[in-house]
Design a protein around this ligand. Sequence first.
Ligand SMILES: [Mn+2]
Length: 336
Amino acid sequence: MRFVHTADNHLDAPVSSLPPAKAAMRRHMRLQSFSKIIDYTIQNADMLLISGDLFHTPNPPKSVFSFCVKEFERLGDIPVFIVLGNHDYLNPNLNFPGNVHVFGSEFETASYKNCLITGVSFTSPSASFANTIPSAKNDSDSILLLHGDIFTQSDYNSMNKDTLASLGYTYVALGHIHEFYKYKTIAYPGCHDGSGFDEAGEKGFIYGTISEGKLSTEFISSSSLLYRKESFDVSDFSSSMAVADAIMEKFPDGIYKFSLTGVPSELFTPNIEAIESYISHKFFHATVTDETGISANLSDSMLYKLFCEYVNENAKGDIALLSLRYGTNAMKGDEM
Ligand SMILES: [Mn+2]
């Protein structure tokens, strides 16, 4: 049995840290990334598993819901098994196509080919299933599909990962955490494509196979553009254009928060607005902040920390900037 496991798609979610026109484009890109997961499933898998928060709200906008229905219809006979999470908890008014099975408010077990799939859905923004999760039946490959939290005690179906792993399921397909995580037979795929800097880095889904009790999984990227926070050292630069060129040379397209660090010579102060405007030709979106004057190499030194704090408390503007530069350059020469 070959499966694709995705979760936390939040298809109708707003995206953050972008101006309105780009935010609209970004929302569209996230839908396209979801379509790519459907393409991948058609080409490679026997079923699609969705572990909750497919939508951001229990009542997604009609346009997003009908997009989703069309995507599921493209799967033809390939079944989709869905549990609902704390964002898209059970809404009986949503009509999915016939190949889609949405688990209800009580644990139930569906079967497909030689595999049993057990799951339960949230019916409100909070839930707790930990004490009622059934054990697997031993004589068959089995999947447990759940939305919940194995990292903290929360209102979102908190569970113990070792308990989950001991229930006998071949695979435990979880959702809720927006970051890929795997432990024994348990995995979170994370969200499929970032919607803000709290979802920075590579995002994707899990492709897996199970056969006679054996599990293998791999993480596959489905993110279009990555949200990334990057610092860029401008110590060796003497013009804003050169900084902009070097940033564009170094980083691929994406959505960025760049912070300029390092200690440039006293003669050069980066022009943040000019750099931002120049690099905007290459990146979908990028903002730049000036954190120059402080050396990353010295940041472990207690004396250096005290020095930086003292300057920040006692000086402003150019005086603060130059004090940091002279002081940092002086300390760089010392063995610290
Ligand atoms: Mn959730």
